[in-house]
Design a protein around this ligand. Structure first.
Ligand code: HEM
Length: 453
């Protein structure tokens, strides 16, 4: 005789199986258009991704085997696409309807909230409009002395390394970019290059590490099991320190502005015209007819601190690495500087001077092609979109594999060769083949600041 309890349990198990089957097969008609490595039951393809150092090689291997659009099973229920196909990239990146980030960005939210990098919909649109003027070259030019003093300190540190057989420049460059971004974004100095053990600097470093580690650990990914990991507690402490710091900078600048008369607002206490730091722009901005809240401002400042320092440090470090390994390129870069400034290289470059550094620009582009700072980034569809007669349904995760297309010989012949002059021929011809800053409406807002750094 079957009891009520047995019926109840059977109904629950049956419903769970139906739910599992539905979720597992969600969007299957779409995904079956694309090849991919065979998945294991339950784990899918996840067991392949054990460490951050192997991921690009694994992605490249599958791109070579399966082509520019590869399907992955990213867990028991989820699938995603890894895309380095030019036409598909153009479709996704140029679209004004495919603007939402993938779920991987949720890891950033405890620190960055929904700042520009992670926000969606109307909030993203409105904030992007407010923040864009901060990157006008006239604003950036005001900060040339900040870029200069930061890099002079870096050069002094590097001079101490001369004569050694090798030096890891990345940590040194990171402290330099942290100093620069802090002063340009918040208008305050943290002197990271003099003191890399301050609570703020330590917490930024810890968060950058934890964000990467979290995306590769099943225990840390899951909210229930995350407290079993030491990173959970380090993250909590670090975020407290970071939020407290940003909030106190915002509050004291807000009070300073309140105390100043209108005439004084543009001048600092020694009468020099004060630069309009990014924070000042946020404090003066309105959205829907109201000023931004403290939390909205903090989210944007923290987003710029995160997005602005690590990416730039990596691009600068790889550019220096390439220069160090190609002395002939190094002398061409130096000659270009001498042509512009003569033998006296201790001059402050203007925006117009930067336009004249054509070869240096090609060197940086080539370094960013070969060692793409943000090698992949994710989107998730929130409505159906058509691509070559196929409907991409809602809730599809698309990983844009910038590193993959940068190493595709169809667009970059002999892709393993460092050849800055290749940009003589290819610049602007295929805009979605060179995408270190992404492309389209959701591209990097800080792209122009990087030219100054
Ligand atoms: C070499 C340096 C840099 C590289 C390679 C880089 C790369 C990128 C990429 C690939 C994206 C798109 C990410 C995505 O779709 O999820 C992005 C977005 C963004 N970047 Fe950068 N970035 C750099 C420097 C900067 C700087 C200096 C800032 C700020 C000062 C900045 C602020 C941002 C912000 C706020 C976004 C989000 C834009 C939006 O979604 O509307 N980046 N960056």
């Amino acid at each position: 005789m079957v009891t009520i309890v047995e019926v109840f349990i059977s109904v629950i198990i049956g419903s769970l199986l139906i739910l599992y089957y539905r979720l597992k097969n969600k969007n299957n008609d779409f995904y079956k258009n694309f090849p991919g490595p065979p998945p294991l039951p339950i784990f899918g393809n996840t067991l392949e991704f054990k460490s951050t150092t192997e991921i690009l090689d694994i992605f490249m291997k599958h791109t070579k085997n399966y082509g520019g659009i590869v399907k992955f099973d990213t867990g028991p229920l989820d699938k995603s696409l890894l895309v380095s196909d030019y036409d598909f990239l153009e479709c996704v990146l140029s679209s004004t309807r495919l603007l939402n980030k993938s779920d991987d960005y949720n890891f950033l939210e405890p620190w960055l909230g929904t700042g520009l990098l992670t926000s969606k919909g109307p909030k993203w649109r409105k904030h992007r409009r407010i923040l864009t003027p901060a990157f006008h070259f006239k604003i950036l030019e005001q900060f040339i002395d900040v870029f200069e003093s930061g890099s002079e300190k870096l050069v002094t540190k590097l001079e101490k390394e001369v004569g050694k057989s090798s030096v890891d420049i990345y940590p040194l460059v990171t402290l330099c970019t942290l100093d620069i971004i802090c002063e340009t974004a918040m208008g305050t100095k943290i002197n990271a290059q003099q003191n890399d053990e301050s609570d703020y600097v330590r917490s930024v470093k810890a968060m950058c590490r934890i964000i990467i580690e979290k995306s590769f650990s099943l225990i840390q990914m899951c909210k229930l099991t995350y407290p079993l990991s030491q990173n959970y507690y380090t993250e909590k402490d670090s975020i407290n320190i970071l939020h407290r710091h940003t909030n106190s900078v915002i509050t004291s600048r807000r009070n300073e502005l309140k105390d100043q008369s209108n005439d004084e607002k543009d001048e600092d206490n020694i009468g020099i015209k004060r630069k309009l730091a990014f924070l000042d722009l946020l404090l003066g901005a309105t959205v829907d007819g109201r000023p931004l809240t403290q939390e909205e401002i903090r989210e944007e400042v923290d987003t710029f601190m995160f997005e602005g320092h690590d990416t730039t440090a990596s691009a600068i470090s790889f550019s220096l690495f390439c220069l160090a390994n190609h002395p002939e390129v190094q002398s061409k870069v130096l000659n270009e500087q001498i042509d512009l400034f003569g033998e006296n290289l201790h001059v402050s470059p203007t925006h117009a001077d930067l336009q004249g550094m054509r070869y240096l620009e090609q060197v940086i582009k080539e370094a960013m092609r070969m060692y793409t700072t943000v090698p992949f980034y994710g989107r998730k569809t929130n409505e159906p979109v058509e691509y070559k007669g196929i409907i991409i349904p809602k809730d599809v995760t698309i990983n844009i594999f910038a590193y993959g297309i940068h190493r595709n010989p169809m667009y970059f012949p002999e892709p393993e060769k460092f050849n800055p002059s290749r940009f003589d021929d290819i610049d602007g011809k295929k805009p979605y083949a060179f995408i270190p800053f992404s492309a389209g409406p959701r591209n990097c807002i800080g792209k122009s600041e990087v030219c100054y750094a």
